[in-house]
Ligand binder design. Structure first.
Ligand SMILES: [Mg+2]
Length: 296
């Protein structure tokens, strides 16, 4: 179902967008465009319990041996249980079972067609196995616009090695490749993500005047992202883009949603300070005051 890839459509797009400001819209996948980490879905499919997967993934994350977000890729290659069980067809099937946030198709349409004078090329950059993400977004986002961790398989369909990991700093590398390929400036990038695997790439994009959006209240990410938006609908990602990049006002944004059959029912703007305050027990470690006298 990759009709979006067909040549004629690409030609029309190029023609229509040549006078518009062209941007790269790049999005994380797990918990940004979906509700759960696809690692859990895959583990379940392989008959590995959620708690066992969580134990292994958390253990990996604590070691900091692999880039944050690359734990699943590491387990698939090195954990005997995962490695012996997983085959490419499981990755495809896991993608079909991932619960997507609603309106990803609309977000794609808005960004590529509906904003006058602007065109956003939609890319997905995920630390997850690329087969899972391509399967999950099949018919919505063209496969060649989806970057994920890639494996090489042997003739029995077993994972032989990792070709590339698009976690952590690996996402920066993909962004740089896209900039090179599309001949776009770094200030023409919008990146959206939810977790610690997105920290490097967001810092990198901010530093070069791009725009970053967090879709979670992750304590490491939210202070880095230029805007945060919390919603169960993928279309909400559009709001900070329309406000800050396209410079539309709220009535015009509501109109666009309305014209596409969506109602913005609740729109609260909050700035949250998160503090932990503990009783000050008044005990201050005593330091010897003699040092000054001694050296004098
Ligand atoms: Mg994520």
């Amino acid at each position: 179902m990759h009709q979006l890839n067909h040549q004629p459509e690409t030609d029309i797009m190029t023609e229509r967008t040549h006078t518009r400001k062209r941007y790269i819209f790049a999005s994380d996948f797990d918990q940004t465009l979906s509700f759960n980490d696809s690692g859990y879905v895959l583990a379940e499919l392989l008959g590995i319990s959620a708690s066992e997967f969580e134990r292994k993934a958390t253990g990996m994350a604590k070691l900091n041996l692999v880039q944050q977000g690359g734990e699943l890729a590491y387990l698939l290659l090195h954990d005997p249980e995962f490695r012996s069980k997983v085959r490419p067809e499981h990755l495809y099937e896991a993608g079909k079972r991932v619960r997507l946030k609603p309106n990803i198709d609309l977000l794609h349409k808005f960004l590529s067609e509906d904003i006058e004078d602007h065109h956003f090329d939609f890319y997905v950059i995920s630390a997850g196995p690329v087969e899972v993400i391509r399967s999950a977004l099949e018919g919505i986002i063209p496969a060649d616009h989806i970057y994920g961790t890639e494996f090489e398989y042997n003739k029995n369909g077993e994972i032989e090695r990792i070709l590339q990991v698009t976690a952590g700093y690996g996402k920066v590398a993909v962004i740089d490749q896209l900039l090179e390929k599309l001949k776009t400036g770094p200030d023409r990038i919008v990146y959206v993500g939810d977790g610690s695997s997105d920290i490097h790439v967001m810092l990198h994009i901010n530093r070069r005047d791009g725009f970053t959006i967090a879709v979670s209240e992750n304590k490491y990410l939210a202070p880095i992202a230029k805007r945060s938006v919390i919603s169960d609908s993928a279309s909400a990602i559009l709001i900070p883009i329309l406000e800050e990049v396209v410079r539309w006002d709220p009535p015009r944004i509501r109109e666009l949603f309305d014209a596409n059959g969506l109602l913005i029912q609740q729109w609260d703007k909050v700035q949250t300070d998160v503090l932990t305050i503990v009783p000050n027990d008044g005990v201050v470690e005593e330091r010897p005051l003699l040092t000054v006298e001694e050296t004098a």
